[in-house]
Structures are given as C-alpha cells and as structure tokens.
Design a protein around this ligand. Structure first.
Ligand code: ADP
Length: 613
C-alpha cells in the first residue's frame, strides 16, 4: 500500500512536471537556476562569508583585506541578484499567467469533451470539483517544490559536511526536523486532505445555493415562493457538514501539530545550543569562533531541511489532488466526442424514400438506475419524413432524441444511420447532421446573432442567414425592436441595455439556432412549450415549411401539432404504444384517439383540432 502511495506520489509529480515542461520550458529552467542561486547565496553568507570574517579576526587579516573581500562578494552577487529580481517580479508573473491560461483551457476542453452522463454522476462531479480546487497554483507549486527539493538536498549535504568537519556528533540533531516534518508533518497533511475530500459534498451544497442566488433564472421563484427556506436548509446542511468535519479533524490534528513543532524546531535549535555550550564552557573543546560558525551553519541547515521537507510534504499533499486531476484529464470518455470513424452518408445523394434512421430493438437504462426508460424500440425514419413523438411526461421521448444524437449510447439494440451503426460513425460529422432545439435550451449572454450562429458573425452573409432564420421562426420583428437589433446582447448579465426576452421569444431564437446549422435532420424537443397552442401550431407550420426537404423528428405534448406529421409514435412507459399517421390512429380509435379527443375538449374553440378532425 505504502509503495503504491509513494509510486503514485512520484508519478503524479512527474506528470505535472512534464506537463509544465511542455507548456513553458523557460519557467521550469528559470525556477531551477533561481533555487540554485538562492541556496548558494544563503550558504555563502551564513557559512563561508561568516567563517572568513571570524577567521580574519582570529588570524589578524588587515582591514583593507577584509573590506576588499566584502566588496568583491557584493559585486559578485550584484548581477545574479538583478537577474533574480527580474525573474521573480517580471518573468515569473507573466509566465504564470500564461500557464494558468493553458491549464484552464486544458480543463475546459476536457470538461466539454466528457460525455453528458458524467454531469449526472455525483462521484464524477465530486472528483471534478476536487481536481479544480486551486489547480493552477498547484501546477506551478509542484514544479517549484521539485526544484527546491533537488537543490536543497545538495545544499544541505554540503552544509552537513561542513558541520561534520567541525563536530562529528552535531549532525545527529538534524534528525529532529526530519522526524518532525516527514513523520508528523506528513500525517497532518494527510488529515487535511482527507478532511477536504470529505467536505466536498457539503461544500457543493453551499456552492449550489450560492450559485442559484445570483442566477436571474431563479430570481422570480425566490421572490414569489418560500423556496429560499428550503435552500437555506440545504445551505445549512452543507455548512454544518463542513463544521462537523473541521471539528472531527481538529482533535486529531492538535497533538500532531505539537509533535511536529517540537521535533522540527525545539530539538535542533535547543539541542545544538546546549551541546555546543557544553563543549565551549564545560569541556573547553570548542573555540568561540567554532561555536559561532557551527551555530550559523546549524541554523542554515535546519532551515534548508525544514524548507525541503515542507516542499516534499507540500508536493505530497498536492500529489493527492493531482491524482484527481490526472484521473480527470486522463479519463477516457465512454463516448469519445472526437471519435473518428466512417464518414456518415449525406442525405442529398440518396433517394427520396430511403430509410435514414432505423431503431433496432433499442433499450436504454440511465447509469445507476435499474429500470430501463426505453424498451424494445423499433422505428424507422425515411428521408424527408416528418415524425412526431408524443406521450405523457416521463414516457422516454427526450431520451430517444438523446440516443439519436449519441449524447448517450444505447444499452441494448442498435441505431442505424443509412444501415451503419451510429457508434461506428465519425462523431463530430454525425452530430453535424443535426439541427436541434431542446426544451431546456440555453440563451447565452452573447448577442442575438451569436446566439443563433453560436459563433461570431464574420460577414454580411452571416447576418443575412441570422435574419432569415429569425424571420422563419417569427421573432425577427421583435429582434429589430431591440436597441442594437441582432447585435443586442441577450440577458442583462453584462449589458444594461441587454434584452430580456419572453420565454416564447427565446424559444423561437433556439429554433432559429437549429435552422442556422447546415443540418440534414432536425430535432425539436418541445421548444414551443412557452407558446400558446395557436402560436405553437403556427411555429410548427413554419418549421415544417422550412424543413420540407429535410427529415424532422419533433416532440410535442400537444397533439394539435402532431397532426402535421407524416407518422406519429405514441410513447408510453418507455415503449411504443401505437404508431401510424394521424388519420390511421384516429381510425384505430385507441389511446392516441382518446388523448386527442381529451386535449381537444380542454381547448375551447381549439381551431387546430377542428381542422384536424
Ligand atoms: P419525456 O421526454 O417523455 O418526458 P424523458 O426521456 O425526459 O421523458 O425521461 C424518461 C424517464 O427517464 C423519466 O422517468 C426521467 O425521470 C428519467 N430520466 C431522464 N433523464 C435522466 C437522467 N439523466 N438520469 C436518470 N433518469 C433520467
């Protein structure tokens, strides 16, 4: 177990060292020379310089000789000192900022490349949170500590050798800081890490409440309902959880801190003084100058040992965090977002009634659940077909679209695209076939045009494309009335004149986003829930007109829009209960017909129902 831990320690530290070397070689080399200079300076002044002065007084060197020596040493260190100051105050802050940026990019990229399922996995989230904790500082600190460890070992060996020459026995006292730091210091750090780890679930609860408090989306509920009391309870649970952990670990830490301080400071400082005074005053076996130099050397070596052991312990602690970070960075996603594979067929080159999508006995169970949410789904989608998926909440409709876009992989069965299992296709290319608008769409604090294109518009053509998409979803007029038209920022997060659009208007922008992609298959998962039935019907009419030569799969809980589809699938408890055209399903007079009639009755004067009947 111990060997594994130590092996992990070395592997984690070397991993970071290599990564930093790749990002900024200059910083690693600079730090190494900076450490060498620091220790040289320290040893020189505390030991060699002092020894020369004391010896000079003892053997009677002239004042001029001593002054010349002092001046030469001053000049000798002048240039390295200027370089060190430049390194410390100019080079290091600049390169560290670059390193932070690179590390953050690395983490952000990784976070966007792991599969969606990871975000629903508490264990993964906890590990991710721990990995992110101060991780940029940890990167540079690990490298700095490694440089300190390397150079301090050489420096302390030199000093110990020097002390050994004055007195063979005195170096025994060095065991004090070694035991203090390596035994007790290490135990303290392990406790600290365990405590932080056990605090993560509680800290996440507190973070969650903090986050909700400043998100505009939740502001209304906070004002109109007593939900804050529930959240306050969650916050308190988190806070008390953290407090309990602190209390639990505090009692374990106190005796260890005492022992660490005793061994690290008391044993060496008091020990060497007592021992040397004994030799000077009782046995008269040490001169006053020997005592002075020994005391100074002891001081130096003690601090070097304390510093290097602190660095080892610190990097040990960091390595525990780095283990999480490494695990996160080296995590091989179950669905590789960049997966290369067979290039998917493009619909343009194929016959008009060809089968595009084929669900072959597909079942799916979410991770950690024992009941499948989809069971034995068999359905085919032909080119340019308009498919409506209907059913009660929780029937599995959204899950089906997630499987289609490979946000999750099926648990059983296969989804074929032009006869190819979608798992074997080039994933970015496969996903690019889809234009999708979801029920839980997100509006970003960017301009309307950027929200539609999902990138910066580069030309007038881009604006033209945005304009057309907005016109098709019926929200262009509204956008024109905004202070900066298509360049108005959505939400007031960063701009006082940002647009606060209604839910329905935002949904239309989300649909425009789907249109703006160069898609072949459109997926609409109830992006119309905030619209009234008439507006929803009109939106779907527009959508289907826009997509007349595209394949469309849309989910709607209002059957008035389903009538617009060529084929309707009614889902019930994860299974297909009925399917067919609206006319056929009405003729069957089954569940669909029953639902349709019930919904029609609830809309007084529902003209679409009238039309459909
Ligand atoms: P629908 O779109 O028909 O309303 P969904 O496909 O969203 O239904 O959900 C089907 C079932 O799967 C529901 O019971 C829901 O609670 C469950 N479910 C949805 N997402 C997840 C998830 N990420 N993890 C576990 N269960 C989920």
């Amino acid at each position: 177990m111990k060997t594994n831990k130590n092996a992990g320690y070395f592997r984690n530290n070397i991993y970071i060292f290599k990564l930093l070397w790749k990002i900024k070689k200059g910083r690693v080399t600079g730090e190494f020379f900076y450490c060498v200079l620091r220790y040289m300076y320290w040893i020189f002044y505390d030991i060699l310089f002092l020894r020369y002065l004391v010896e000079s007084l003892e053997i009677g060197r002239s004042f001029e000789q001593i002054m010349t020596f002092i001046l030469v040493t001053l000049l000798g260190f002048a240039i390295p000192n200027v370089i060190a100051a430049w390194y410390e105050h100019i080079f290091k802050p600049k390169t560290d900022a670059d390193i932070f940026a690179s590390v953050n990019t690395l983490l952000f990229e990784k976070a966007t490349h792991v599969e969606l399922e990871c975000y629903e996995n508490t264990e993964f989230y906890n590990r991710f949170t721990l990995a992110m904790k101060d991780c940029e500082q940890r990167f540079t600190r690990i490298m700095e500590n490694q440089c300190v460890i390397l150079t301090s070992v050489v420096a302390s060996l030199f000093t110990l050798y020097y002390m050994f020459q004055i007195d063979h026995f005195v170096i025994v006292f060095i065991a004090g800081p070694l035991i203090g730091n390596f035994v007790f210091g290490k135990l303290i750090n392990e406790i600290k890490f365990r405590m932080n780890k056990e605090c993560v679930p509680y800290v996440r609860k507190m973070d969650y409440v903090n986050r909700l408090l400043y998100l505009a989306d939740y502001a209304k509920e906070f004002r109109m309902t007593p939900v804050f009391l529930v959240l306050k309870k969650i916050y308190e649970e988190g806070f008390l959880g953290v407090m309990d952990k602190i209390k639990e670990y505090r009692t374990k830490k106190v005796p260890l801190v005492f022992l660490r301080n005793f061994f690290t400071f008391v044993v060496i400082f008091q020990g060497v003084i007592f021992y040397s005074l004994y030799r000077v005053m009782v046995t008269h076996s040490m001169t006053l100058s020997g005592f002075t130099v020994l005391f100074s050397a002891m001081n130096t070596v003690a601090w070097i040992v304390i510093q290097s052991s602190n660095s080892i312990i610190q990097s040990y602690e960091d390595s525990l965090y780095i283990a999480n970070l490494r695990e996160f960075l080296e995590y091989v996603p179950a669905i590789d977002e960049q997966q290369a594979g067979i290039l998917p067929e493009t619909c343009e080159n194929t016959a008009s009634d060809e089968t595009i999508l084929d669900f072959q006995n597909v079942s799916f169970t979410y991770r950690g659940q024992d009941k499948p949410v989809l069971q034995n789904i068999r359905m085919t989608v032909h080119k340019n077909e308009k498919i409506a998926i209907v059913g009660h909440n929780g029937a599995g409709k959204t899950t089906l679209t997630k499987l289609l876009m490979r946000l999750y992989d099926v648990s059983e069965g296969e989804i074929l695209y032009y006869g190819q299992n979608i798992k074997g296709l080039d994933l970015p290319r496969y996903r690019s076939l889809y234009g999708a608008a979801f029920q839980d769409y997100q509006a970003f604090a960017m301009t309307v045009a950027e929200n539609v294109l999902m990138r910066k518009p580069q030309s007038e053509e881009d604006y033209q494309k945005v304009r057309e998409c907005l016109i098709r979803t019926g929200v262009y007029e509204k956008v024109c009335s905004l202070p900066h038209g298509m360049d108005t920022i959505l939400t007031k997060e960063f701009a006082a004149d940002g647009a606060a659009l209604s839910g329905g208007e935002l949904q239309k922008i989300a649909v425009a986003r789907a249109f703006a992609r160069d898609y072949q298959i459109a997926i609409f998962d109830e992006p119309s829930s905030a619209l009234d039935p008439v507006a929803e019907y009109r939106l779907y009419e527009n959508i289907l007109e826009e997509c007349r030569d595209k394949t469309v799969v849309f989910i709607s809980h209002r059957l008035s829009t389903a009538v617009l589809a060529d084929k309707i699938y009614l889902f019930e408890n994860g299974r297909i209960a009925e399917w067919g055209s609206h006319e056929n399903l009405m003729r069957q007079n089954g569940k669909y017909a029953d639902m349709f009639r019930k919904q029609a009755q609830s809309y007084v004067g529902g003209m679409m129902y009238e039309q459909a009947k």
